[in-house]
Design a protein around this ligand. Structure first.
Ligand SMILES: *Cc1c(COP(=O)(O)O)cnc(C)c1O
Length: 359
């Protein structure tokens, strides 16, 4: 009788990437924008749908979208590649430059999908650590790079889930020492005080990855991009499936980029709220927290994290439980929401950490 082939040996240990989606009034667990995209954008999108040739394949090289993305990031179109979420961009990078017999370096704790997608593509993962304040120690990083000689080195700044922004000197030190491609995930770049975009050059093996899922309020569309030397963009185009980027996605991205001013305004509102939450966390007894350059904050209640997470959920507030991640024992992460959502979070947290926890 025919049998199902077993899953690839190297994938058996892999568990999928999950962020539990629970229906609660206040969802602050996946760092999306708390704001829907602008009404004018939605009207333009509705009208634009009429203009799509649905019976034809979309523009394979997504030229207009890439040009618009490049214009917004002050980069030429030849340096821009777009994918179905930045996750697809990361996957293409690993397909092109990783794979069996090759290595990718990560500095933990960081975004789990870097190592997850690396493993799926058969790329070996080597891990470096971080200091107690979650920044990368350049000396330690250089040691990891010298030992492992990775084809790809991942940095994430601001780092998810810690919020830490890496200093420019650290990024430059890693760039100078890395034996292969350096991929900087700037999913939260719009919220940060500096960007590595200015370091991208045609003769430097550096890729900066961006997304429309956070600051641009388009998580549902699944659109991401990277800025890289043209030869890297060509390699990514070679491994991406033909016509991978739907006409609808290309349209949505192009139209969204026409609303840069509103996006910037929303980012400013979110930054002000982040500062307000941060100040409240610093004043709160029973909680330690870290400064953030992103649209979320990492904090560690003195009480057991799982218990506090459950109490927040009971109060209708969903945050991310990171307490089982290596190096993040006892930590929770909260996304910045609307002012009302943030008030609900702060009220619920202060009640949750004040009451004696029985566990
Ligand atoms: C949210 C996030 C992304 C976004 O992924 P998309 O596929 O673009 O939605 C990428 N990198 C990091 C570090 C993130 O936190």
């Amino acid at each position: 009788m025919a049998e199902f082939p077993p899953l690839r040996d190297d994938l058996v240990e892999l568990t999928g990437y999950h962020s539990p989606q629970v229906e609660v009034p206040v969802r602050l667990n996946t760092n999306e924008s708390p704001y829907a995209p602008p009404e004018t954008f939605l009207r333009e999108l509705e009208a634009g749908l009429r203009g799509i040739d649905f019976h034809r394949y979309p523009d394979r090289s997504a030229t207009e979208l890439r040009a618009a993305t490049g214009a917004s990031l002050r980069q030429p179109v030849e340096r821009v590649f777009c994918g179905n979420g930045s996750n697809e961009v990361l996957q293409c990078l690993l397909l092109a430059f990783g794979g069996p017999g090759r290595r990718a370096a990560v500095f933990r704790p960081s975004y789990l999908l870097h190592e997850h997608i690396a493993r799926i593509t058969g790329t070996e993962v080597v891990g470096g650590g971080r200091r107690a304040d979650f920044t990368i120690d350049p000396d330690e990083a250089l040691g990891v790079l010298a030992d492992a000689r990775p084809e790809i080195t991942f940095l994430c700044t601001p780092n998810n889930p810690t919020g830490v922004v890496e200093p420019r000197e650290t990024v430059e030190a890693v760039l100078d020492a890395a034996p292969g491609l350096v991929v900087i995930d700037e999913a939260y770049g719009e919220f940060a005080p500096w960007s590595a975009l200015e370091l991208v050059a045609d003769d430097r093996p550096l890729v900066v990855v961006r997304t429309f899922s956070k600051a641009w309020s388009l998580a549902a569309v699944r659109l991401g991009a990277c800025v890289a030397p043209p030869r890297v963009v060509e390699a990514l185009e070679a491994v991406a499936l033909p016509y991978h980027l739907p006409a609808f996605t290309q349209l949505a991205g192009r139209l969204a980029l026409g609303h840069e001013e509103e996006t910037r305004h929303r980012v400013d509102v979110i930054l002000a709220e982040r500062e307000r939450i941060q100040a409240a966390l610093e004043r709160m007894d029973g909680v330690a927290s870290w400064p953030s350059g992103a649209n979320f904050l990492l904090f560690r209640p003195h009480a057991p994290a799982g218990e506090v997470w459950r109490r927040l959920l009971d109060a209708g507030v969903l945050v991310r439980d990171c307490s089982s991640w290596e190096g993040l024992e006892g930590c929770l992460r909260v996304s910045v929401g609307t002012p009302e959502e943030n008030d609900a979070f702060l009220d619920a947290l202060s009640a949750a950490v004040q009451t004696e926890v029985v566990s």
